[in-house]
Design a protein around this ligand. Sequence first.
Ligand code: F6P
Length: 366
Amino acid sequence: MSKVRHIGILTGGGDCPGLNAVIRAITKSATMQYGIEVIGFMDGFRGLVENSYMALDPRLVSGISHTGGTILGTSNRDNPFSFVTITQEGHLQTDESDRAIGNLRNLGLDGLIVIGGDGTLNIASQFYQKGIPVVGVPKTIDNDLSATDVTFGFNTAVNTASDALDRLHTTAESHHRVMILEVMGRYSGWIALHAGISGSADVILIPEIPFSVDAILKKIAERYRQGKKFSIIVIAEGAFPVGGEMVVSNYVPTSHDPIRLGGIGEKVAEDLGKVLRNVEIRVTVLGHLQRGGSPIPYDRILGTRYGVAAVQAFVRGEYGSMVSLQGAEIKSVPIADAIKEIRKVDPNGDLVAAARGVGVSFGDDI
Ligand code: F6P
């Protein structure tokens, strides 16, 4: 039996398919394999600050692995180190980390397993530096965390985007249109690249490779000459033209990263439309459809592996670490390594080369 008796868990940041599979795996493994009691804080770090939680047990988490969202709720705005309270005068920002630590101690918790992306794991790392035993689990549809090959949720998002491209293909072909699909991913192009290859896009635009509208036009013209009167463009929300900037849709001032991207698809449609006067162009923004719904089996399995491995790492005393997929194996890495920089697509890597090999344009070949 483990010396660890009682742990808290929370899900932070934007939600993502597979969170419930992780919650289930942590709860079942901790309780059944090690006799550890588990509580779940509600709505990310807000629950830790406000002492809002629920007791988790194997019965309660039974049958949730295939469900989307998180039974604990989440938030991508609540940071205990800079906690926002709404007052009549506006926002009040205070450091509530000691209050959160007090709650952990009063509940008799041995530490925390934190499931999140870079923002959430940054906060987890600050708690670790204040002496709280913490283990992290890498979550995000963006797949942009360093020190892991894959975050859970990413492949479900790719599945959704790839399915959208399949659907756009048939209607694009019927109407001889240019169809643009804007996908999420923040500052990296993983979703666009994977979905674009899987969904046979003609043009893939990602933040790692600034594009030119002329190069996109060249690709569309080349397809016309081959008798292909339609074209499919997948564009990451963070993509931008050579010498230009990302398109910001709004700001969430209380968020770890306040910038929300969106709108580049419309911008490219407008620019193409100035030249392609006789071709109809339509834009679909996939948005939060990529985050919602049931995780595909890959993410249920990865989430289960991560959850069980996180409990093992905690029991072994590997505090300040994050479970990570490396090749076929789950390993432990320092959280600090995962959050030091965003993981980006390598413009000279295999995936981009494979896409170029089948004729995909990245908007840079003029
Ligand atoms: O990080 C996940 C993500 O879905 C990004 O791809 C996207 O840019 C952002 O979150 C959207 O955040 P929100 O849910 O606050 O609109």
